[in-house]
Structure formats: C-alpha cells, structure tokens
Design a protein around this ligand. Structure first.
Ligand SMILES: [Zn+2]
Ligand SMILES: [Zn+2]
Length: 597
C-alpha cells in the first residue's frame, strides 16, 4: 500500500510543520503526486499516513523510551503496517529524521543547488526502524551567509541551523550575526558607558576604555554589578528565544593586552594579567548558574581564544552547562593546511590536550578553515579538517563551529564535514568521489585530479597556510601552469553543462586570482608571455563578473574587486558595481589591448 498523507498534531511546532511540508514537497517531486499535510487528533493516525513529530508519540507509534537515547538532536523512524512515524528527541531532530527518510528512498543531498531526486510512480517505503543521533551536539558554520551570499548551515546536510543559536538582535542590535564575541551586545557601551564606565576594562594607562579605543566590548569581568546586569540581560534574551539551545558569553575580540588591568580582575587570574582563563571561567560560570536556575538545558558557550584564554584553567573549571570553544588559531596554531600534529601547531595542540584532560565534558572547537585576508587564494584546509575531525571524534569533543568555510572546494568541504558530524568513521575518499560525480558531472575526474594535485603540493612542498595572512606559497608559476591544463580539460568536459561548468570555474577563479595577484605587470613579476597573462587576466575578470564578485579580501587593495584589479593591471573601471562597466566588455573582447593604451 502507498503512503498518501502526512500528519502533524494540532499543537505542532514551526519546525514540525516545516518537516511535514519538506516531506510532502520532496515526495511530490519523487512521485508527481500531491500529498496532503493534515492535522489529526492525537489518538488516531489513519492508514497510509506518516506522523511527524510529537504526534508520533501521542499516537503510540514511537515511545518516549525510544527517544531517550537519541537526545538532543537525534531521531527515531518507525515504518510498519502501512503507517509511519518520524520523531526527534526535540523538534529539530524531527527535521533531520525527515531528511533521513528521504535518503532512504534514494534522495541525495550534496549542496544547496545539487540534489538528486529519484523518480518513482509509486512510493512504497519498506518496513524501517531507525534510531540515529549525531556524534556532535553542535555542528555549525559561523558567518557562512556573510561570505557566501545568504547561504546558511543546512539541516539537510546535518548542520545545526542558525535559529538554534542565541541571536543578539533581540538585545537591540538587529542584524548582528557576530555572536561569537558577545560582550559588546550583552553590555553595550552606548547603554551603560555614560553612567557606568566602571563596567568596562581598565587599560594600561589606568583609564576605562571607550568605544573606538582598542577592540570593542572589553568588560571589567570582576565587577559584580556588571555581572548582575549582564546576566539579567542574558535571561531576557533567552526568554525571547526559548526554543534556542546555545547562548554565547565571551569577552570582546582582541588579545590579552585588551583585557581589564584592574586589581580585582587580575586577582582572578592564574598568572595575573597574563593568563586570564580562570577570570573568564569565573565570569562565565556566574552567568551559567543564573541561566541554569531558570533554564536548565540551555548551553552557555565561551571561547578559549588567543594567549589570553587558550591555556586551560588552573582553579576555576567550567560548570556542566558551559561549553568551551577552543580556537586552533594563530600564533599557537598557525597552520590551517595540516592537522593539529603539524609541527607548526605544537603549542596549540598541547593547549587543547590540556583542556581535554582538565575539562573532558566541556569541549567544543571553534576552527578557522579559510583565509580571511585574501578570500580567493586556493586554501587547502580540507584534509586538515578531516585529520582534526578524527582527533576530535576520538577525544570527546562535543561541538564544532567553523569560522566560515574555505572558498576552495567549498561545497565539498561543507558536505563531507556534514557527514563526519554524524558518522565520524565515514569513508572520506568515497564521499569525495560520490560528491564530485554529482557536482561536477563529466568534469569530475579532472576536478579530482586538481583536488589531489593541490593537496599533494601542500604535503610534498610543506606548505603551511595561515588563516590570518596572505598565502602566496601554494600557487607558484609552475603550479599555475600545471593546474590550468587540468582546468582546460575540466571546462571542455562540461562545455554543455552550465551548472557543472560554473562550479568548475568557481575553482578556476581561485587559481587565476592567486596567479594574477602574485605575478602581474604592475609588480613586474610576470614569468609568462604578455598574451598568456592577458588571457588569464581576462578569464579572471570574466568569471568574477559571472560570480558578481565584490569583495575579495580584508587587505587595503582587496575591499573591492575593482580596486584589486587596479592594483594588478592597467584596467580601471568606474561603474558600481564594477561588472556593469562598459570597459569590462571592451577588455574581454580584446584582452591584449590593455597593454597598448
Ligand atoms: Zn576589572
Ligand atoms: Zn602545516
């Protein structure tokens, strides 16, 4: 018999309703038939129906006992006797459960715009009993949408959605996505600065800091009145977002010299004014206890970040509801191309191991898998991620936040990372092949060749790429020559497959950008002929126009593609955005003319 109806309870949450609509929509794409989503009374789920969410429990199709072991993000699927039920430990798990059922009937989720949906006239779901939970409690990407035009961590790929993270907008900072350094939203200077300058950090000259002086949001963490006021504001935030799980309590951005120099703060330190982890833990635990009284189950996230707090605490251990995001960040962890066992990363690795030893139940990771200075250099952090995930999985790490994702092989990185969140032992090489076949079509073998070439170069030439610096070492003139041959083959293979061609060219753009950036007529480092260089420059511009690239990094000449172009060529464009400038077509039609003017 066929399943024809999807049912939710009358009190279904927005995520349960979303899960039901998703299931109906995909099953419609598979079978061509409209499935209705109905609301049913808790005791009677008709034959031919899949119950979604709490209805599964109230109708007796899934028991509370079954849900216990798969908390907090797992789910149970029971399909038997011409009826089915999908329910998570909480409603988020129900959404993952729906995607799992779709995978069971042959749907493949690879990326936002790359899914495989089979076609079947009749949908017969075999008897099925699954209970699945992710290996990690938190699985997300910070600021994904800022670097990749509105793309957010996908539940289809197993990620924690943004709407499970505390959102500071409700504290009067609308649009604020920088939840990782929360101090300036918890205690904004514009609200408290005038009446309570003592809430803010004392600098080395003995003055309370004001906005614009050093990194924002550095607080005097020992000030009890500040703590009370801040905790009240945190409770207020949670009250407005009760269905969210994780709330961040951290100091502002910046290194140890930004931290408060007052004697009360220093008295909380293990090494006064140098190693502030105990001070931070004291402050974070204060908030965590206030929250736990009213909202047990909420998690308070904080950072082990820079030399200020990257060492584990000496006296004050995190409370059970505090999760510490250790940051494998330079200078302690300067290499993002290799795992933590890269000799360059020995200090960071030792610190993290210290944390794991002292606080084995409280550890998350906040990682840096890309370049933040030059956005479009090929950045080979893929196998570093895989190596680290192996270490994290076997050392009790409970959550992973990626600070954005690399621009190289972005969707592959996101896909594989998503699988490893749920199945740490998954066969990564097999996943890469499967992904590339779906994503690059006929170009897959050539893209695999380039992917292997890139990571092989990183390993054999000992290239250690860093997230906070330009990384010119990888793309040498010879690297560019070799890689361009592979890209030619890849482009030819998918000449009549626009989606695959676009994806190939995204990758080629990184190569061309890095090549032109390092060797051009302005810096006089050209190693190839003028016609060949102008051809590469033209293709860089052509692909950039297709991608509508605006910002290319966080360096003076990289705030805008137009400025970057001026810094590497004689091409000056006037229009905003640059790709509407008639000079673009003039150049693309006759690239060599640029050197004749
Ligand atoms: Zn202080
Ligand atoms: Zn390295």
């Amino acid at each position: 018999d066929e399943l024809t109806t999807i049912a939710v309870s009358a009190t279904a949450s927005y995520r349960e309703k979303f899960a039901a609509e998703e299931l109906a929509s995909y099953l419609n794409k598979i079978t061509g038939k409209e499935l209705s989503v109905i609301t049913v009374d808790s005791s009677m789920v008709p034959d031919g129906t899949i119950a979604i969410g709490e209805l599964s429990v109230s109708s007796g199709m899934i028991s509370r006992e079954e849900l216990g072991p798969i908390g907090e993000d797992g789910f149970v699927i029971n399909i038997a006797d011409n009826k089915g039920a999908i329910c998570g430990w909480r409603d988020l798990g129900t959404v993952y459960g729906v995607y799992e059922l779709l995978k069971q009937v042959g749907v493949k989720f690879y990326a936002e715009d790359c899914e495989i949906i089979p076609s079947k006239s009749k949908l017969k779901i075999p008897e099925l009993h699954l209970a699945i939970k992710p290996h990690y409690d938190l699985r997300t990407i910070f600021k994904y949408d800022v670097y990749f035009k509105g793309i957010t961590p996908s539940m289809k790929l197993g990620y924690t959605p943004n709407d499970d993270m505390g959102y500071h907008g409700d504290l009067g900072a609308p649009g604020e996505r920088n939840w990782v350094h929360s101090a300036s939203f918890m205690m904004p200077y514009r609200i408290f600065g005038k009446e309570h300058p003592e809430y803010f950090a004392l600098n080395k000259s003995g003055e309370r800091v004001k906005p614009g002086e050093g990194p924002p949001g550095h607080l005097c963490l020992s000030n009890m009145e500040m703590r009370e006021t801040g905790a009240e504001r945190l409770l207020h935030l949670i009250e407005k977002q009760e269905n969210r799980t994780s709330f961040v309590v951290t100091q502002g951005d910046g290194r140890s010299n930004s931290w408060c120099q007052c004697s009360n703060c220093k008295a909380l330190d293990a090494i006064p004014g140098d190693h502030m982890t105990d001070r931070l833990m004291d402050y974070v635990n204060y908030n965590a206890r206030v929250v736990n009284e009213k909202y047990p189950g909420k998690k308070i996230l904080t950072l082990a970040y820079t030399e200020a707090t990257s060492r584990p605490p000496e006296r004050v251990m995190p409370d059970p509801n505090v999760m510490v995001m250790y940051c494998p960040y330079p200078p302690q962890t300067p290499c993002q191309s290799h795992g933590l066992d890269c000799p360059e990363n020995s200090q960071g690795f030792a610190e993290l191991q210290g944390w794991i030893e002292k606080c084995p139940e409280n550890m998350y990771i906040y990682d840096y898998p890309r370049g933040y200075r030059v956005w479009y250099e090929p950045f080979g952090s893929f196998y570093a991620m895989v190596d680290k995930m192996n270490f994290y999985a076997s050392n009790g790490i409970k959550g992973i936040v990626q600070c954005v994702v690399p621009t190289s092989f972005t969707d592959l990185f996101v896909f594989v990372q998503g699988v490893l969140f749920w199945e740490p032992d998954a066969d990564v090489e097999k996943l890469i092949d499967e992904f590339m076949d779906a994503y690059y079509g006929e170009a897959a073998p050539h893209m695999r060749e380039y992917f292997n070439f890139m990571h092989n170069e990183i390993n054999t030439r000992n290239v250690h790429q860093g997230c906070e610096s330009p990384n010119p070492d990888l793309v040498t003139a010879e690297y560019a020559d070799n890689a361009l041959v592979m890209f030619d083959k890849a482009q030819n293979a998918v000449a009549d497959d626009p989606a695959a061609l676009y994806r190939v060219e995204l990758e080629k753009f990184c190569l061309l950008f890095s090549d032109v950036n390092q060797r051009n007529t302005i810096n006089d480092e050209l190693t190839i002929s003028m016609p060949e260089h102008s051809k590469r420059l033209a293709e860089t511009v052509r692909i950039a126009r297709e991608m509508e690239v605006i910002r290319v990094g966080n360096m003076p000449n990289m705030m805008n593609f137009k400025n970057w172009l001026r810094s590497v060529s004689l091409l000056t464009l006037q229009s905003e955005p640059w790709y509407y400038d008639p000079g673009v077509d003039a150049f693309l039609n006759n690239p060599e003319n640029i050197f004749i003017y």
